[in-house]
Write a protein that binds this ligand. Structure first.
Ligand code: UDP
Length: 411
């Protein structure tokens, strides 16, 4: 049975201080939807981008006067094994969906569907795990939205054919980028880009001395320029390419430091292999630092690194949206990033360089390290673009607009 998630209460005044005009617009928009009963359903209350996003979005909707709620489905390991395989398959991985996988998926969707009450005007289902609930509860009169957070541009056909009848039952389907819409899907389709919360621990203002103390505490001294990459140890994020670029930079700036900060999942053997390779290289170099969430490098430390680095690198070869770009630019730090996925859309207003190779990564990073005036200018241009396009207030606005259009309320 779906479980409600504990949520913090938000003080809108804090957003007013940073985003006065956006907040005024949002308040007006929300006025016409006051009391609207919304239910968000997803698979997990912690870990991963979706729960991070809901932790900001739902309290903001509530503070604006909407009756927004968040529930997570309950299921056992067998279900999450199947949905993880479906998740990877929707992003293009090979997958043979067995009869038993289909039964497991549907059994847990049915169990969770049974307990959803008919108390909502809008139900937003996030990602593939709960996607069949809408079909199983056609008696509920709410408007149903399927919010897909993954890259479904080239899905494995077996997984997509299985999911398609359930997905297509929703009144609207929402994707992160136009490229992610699977072929053949019709009906109402919206594009809503993700966003970051400027007040979350990862993005909130951190005084420089405190950021410095956090980084110094874990052993990164301030005796040379600092570059870093914050991302999973995944071949598509190319951490080994970042190290190669660092070696080229080091030839010109011998005192440069590189910090690789990655979150690790216990069930990701490939991630552990790459991590081990990176650690082996780092052992021989006192200016190369490797940190993970498992040794206590969490949101505040990520915040500090993104804030204090001279340049943040995100050398992705393939990428979903790549929210680390907005996180970094919001702190006014310039980036050098691979031309992949959603990265160029976040850098359309400036913020550094898009690159395609190790050599280019090194070359552009050196330009930014050596010309601080230019780096600051790029950083502030990037921050302004993020302020207009990738903060959670814009995300709430897009959601309100979509819900109003489904309910035919003018906002
Ligand atoms: N992240 C983190 N700690 C780490 C590495 C990554 O908190 O050690 C966060 C990062 O700040 C970002 C998210 O994980 O919020 C990664 O999202 P992104 O869209 O950039 O990439 P994904 O991992 O979803 O492909």
């Amino acid at each position: 049975m779906p479980q409600p998630v504990d949520l913090g209460e938000l003080n809108l005044n804090m957003y007013d201080e940073i985003l006065p005009s956006e907040m005024e617009e949002l308040r007006q928009q929300a006025e016409d939807l006051r009391g609207l009963r919304i239910l968000h359903i997803n698979a997990t209350p912690y870990g991963g981008g979706v729960s991070e996003l809901l932790r900001s979005l739902v309290p903001l909707e509530r503070a604006l006067g909407l009756d927004s709620n968040w529930q997570v489905i309950t299921a056992d390991k067998s279900f999450f094994r199947v949905t993880k395989a479906i998740h990877n398959a929707l992003q293009g991985a090979p997958y043979k969906l067995t009869k038993s996988d289909r039964e497991t998926y549907l059994a847990y969707n049915s169990l969770n569907a049974r307990d959803i009450t008919d108390d909502y005007d809008v139900i937003i289902v996030h990602d593939p795990q709960p996607a069949a609930i809408c079909s199983l509860r056609s008696d509920i009169k709410a408007k149903w939205i399927w919010r897909c957070h993954i890259d479904t541009s080239a899905p494995n056909s077996e997984a997509w054919e299985f999911l398609y009848p359930y997905v297509s039952k929703h009144d609207a389907k929402v994707f992160t980028m136009p490229d992610f819409i699977p072929k053949g899907l019709d009906g109402k389709i919206e594009i809503i880009a993700p966003a970051i919360d400027p007040l979350s621990p990862k993005n909130t203002t951190l005084p420089e001395h405190m950021a410095r103390q956090l980084i110094n505490w874990i052993g990164v001294p301030k005796d040379g320029p600092l570059i870093c990459q914050v991302s999973r140890f995944d071949p598509w994020k190319d951490p080994l390419g970042v190290i190669e670029a660092y070696h080229l930079i080091k030839q010109e700036l011998p005192n440069v430091h590189l910090a690789l900060i990655g979150s690790m999942a216990l069930d990701d053997p490939e991630g552990w292999e790459i991590y081990q390779t990176v650690v082996d290289v780092a052992k021989k170099d006192r200016n190369l630092h490797v940190f993970t969430n498992l040794i206590g490098v969490g949101d505040l430390q990520v915040n500090a690194f993104q804030r204090l680095a001279d340049v943040v690198i995100q050398k992705s070869i393939r990428e979903g949206f790549g929210l680390v770009i907005s996180e970094t630019l919001w702190k006014g730090t310039p980036v050098v990033a691979g031309r992949a996925g959603g990265i160029p859309s976040q850098m359309a207003g400036g913020g550094g360089f898009l690159v395609n190779s190790v050599e280019e990564t090194a070359e552009k990073t050196l330009i930014l390290i050596n010309d601080r005036k230019f780096a600051d200018l790029e950083g502030s241009r990037g921050r302004e673009y993020v302020r207009k396009n990738f903060l959670v207030t814009r995300l709430v606005r897009d959601h309100l607009q979509l819900m109003a259009s489904l309910l035919r309320v003018a906002v």
